[in-house]
Design a protein around this ligand. Sequence first.
Ligand SMILES: Cc1ncc(COP(=O)(O)O)c(C=O)c1O
Length: 455
Amino acid sequence: MVISSPYEPGRDPLSPNRNLSPITTEIDEHSRLSVGGCLLSELAERYDTPLYVLDEASLRAACQAYREALQRHYPGRSQPVYASKANSSLMMSSLVASEGFGLDAVSAGELLTALQGGVANDQIVFHGNNKSDQELLLAYDNGVTIVIDNQHDLDRLAELVPDEAEPARLMLRFTPGIECHTHEYIRTGHLDSKFGFDPDQLEPVLQSLLGCKWARLTGIHAHIGSQIFELEPHRDLAEVMADVLQLARGLGHPVEDLNVGGGLGIRYVDSDDPPSIEDWVRVVAEAVAKACRSRNLDLPRLMCEPGRSLVASAGVTLYRLGSRKVIPGLRTYLSVDGGMSDNPRSITYQSLYNACLADRPLDPVEETITLAGKHCESGDVLIKDLALPKASSGEVLVVFATGAYNASMSSNYNRIPRPAAVLVRDGQADLVQRREQPEDLLRYDVLPERFMAVG
Ligand SMILES: Cc1ncc(COP(=O)(O)O)c(C=O)c1O
């Protein structure tokens, strides 16, 4: 079988992983990979596997890229907000707060993680298409901006906010009629989405809010999808949002904030070609400014909610290789000690990833394998065709670009404990998430007493 080697002589030795990996990825004199100055195989030894590794320099560089691009292209009137669904932890909350970011939370859990991680309450936006009363109260009591997604939110808040109390600060989410779930996008009048008000409902909702003493509408919000490589949909979004801004202000709402959501894609495999953060921000900022000026609207504060593009490339996952199954003429399965429970994106979205051996990234490719997880599910495959040197059981494998929607979407399927996570920087590794133990998974089980009766 002819296998095309990703490690052709004369190429950048880290290619094709250079563009996929954290910015501090290096190869030492023994040809072993390190991130943040920490040898990956040593991290695997010290913290066990599977292990999420996050590179602090990459995280901060991405935050800085957003911040500086916003200052450059939309001076003085912007607020980036981290979509914490991508990767939520006390460390992430604290890190983004220290970088001047707000945070978008969608549950009591994410909200508490943000507040305890030190994100200022007035820098948090609270989303969700089915918020509970407890969640709404937690957000309101902490002075967090609540994104109104539907009439239910309005009805519940009208009851929950006490008379004569400080009004709730609200943002209104609507469905912009721009669908962008693949690398193609379409514009339609109405969209089949569970999120946000239909555009036709906006005027009556805005009218009804005028009479609500308990509510202060400060912003409008829309989000068009995730892992988007095109810039054109964001130009269209600016036009649609400016129409809504005009409508709301025209009715007398003091709307200051225009929140365009997140969505910028990242490179998972070499063939992915997303725009840079700089280009994305420039296009969004110019489009919003143009759309507002053409309607004679004072420029709103521009908010955006990046998730994936902040954390995905900063993360790698380390696994140990285990069993090998060779089906002659068909396929070779190499299994790792994790899989769909720590990275559900492959089985859920057929997402592509790249990987290499931690201590032999430059060794010539000798075979193409299928990288399988250890779960009781045939579809538990992390990478379908992965070109590798002949790898042995016990070697550490690095999967790139796993910082977003891996830990945060992880599960305990097959009662497999969640991995630990470490943050690396300048040769130092700090534990930011302890490894779950099998006993932890029993903590919430309750055996009814009658099952314990002897007899
Ligand atoms: C409302 C909202 N904002 C922001 C994001 C973050 O998107 P991304 O991670 O693609 O930047 C999402 C993702 O689903 C979202 O639903």
